[in-house]
Design a protein around this ligand. Structure first.
Ligand code: SF4
Length: 187
């Protein structure tokens, strides 16, 4: 098993898919490597690519507010993406790009050993829960894979585009808070 340092170096030098050719910076992931809860988005956008950090633009500010609403902040959680390099023009990462990069995310799962994974948006949910996952139909439902509780909710970008999604997202956040408290109380 790779160490964190070895994994990050491997990703920094990765050209397993074409996104490696066009990235400005790798967006490896940030946060607490001992956290019980991991948030996974889709891929870096413009600002993330410029700064090498996930969720730093408007969607990032909203994610911070979402975390604060359940008494969490970035020092308490780990945040990563399905792909670690920016897809051009912020298009969806292609299936072969996701497949190439998911190996790295899986190693991050093994290193962090989270009890809870929150998929932010359809791409993350399809990559982690099921390829036919439909976010409008199955968000807010808990799944369990290999002992990890997994849920999907709307991506913050989707909430910025469509106000009507905020209420269901809030319901999901309350469910995530409850599950996180259960997990913490069991320790
Ligand atoms: S997106 Fe992932 S697999 Fe593709 S080049 Fe970047 S680190 Fe490698």
């Amino acid at each position: 098993m790779l160490t964190w340092e070895e994994l990050e170096n491997k990703c920094r030098n990765c050209y397993r898919c074409s996104l490696g050719q066009t990235r400005t910076n790798l967006v490896f992931g940030v946060g607490n490597k001992q956290s019980d809860i991991l948030f996974v988005g889709e891929g870096p956008g413009y600002y993330e690519d410029m700064q090498g950090e996930p969720f730093v633009g408007a969607a990032g500010k909203l994610l911070d507010k979402m975390l604060a609403s359940i008494n969490l902040d970035r020092t308490q959680v780990y945040i990563a993406n399905v792909v670690k390099c920016r897809p051009p023009q912020n298009r969806d990462p292609l299936p072969d790009e996701q497949k190439a990069c998911l190996d790295y995310l899986r190693i991050q799962f093994l290193l962090i050993k989270p009890k809870i994974i929150v998929c932010l948006g359809r791409i993350a949910a399809q990559a982690i829960i099921s390829p036919d996952f439909r976010i409008t139909k199955s968000r807010g439902i808990w799944f369990n894979k290999k002992g990890i509780d997994i849920i999907a909710t709307y991506h913050p970008s989707a909430l910025l585009r469509d106000e009507s999604k905020k209420r269901p997202a809030w319901e999901d956040l309350k469910s995530i808070k409850k599950k996180y408290e259960e997990v913490r109380n069991l320790q």
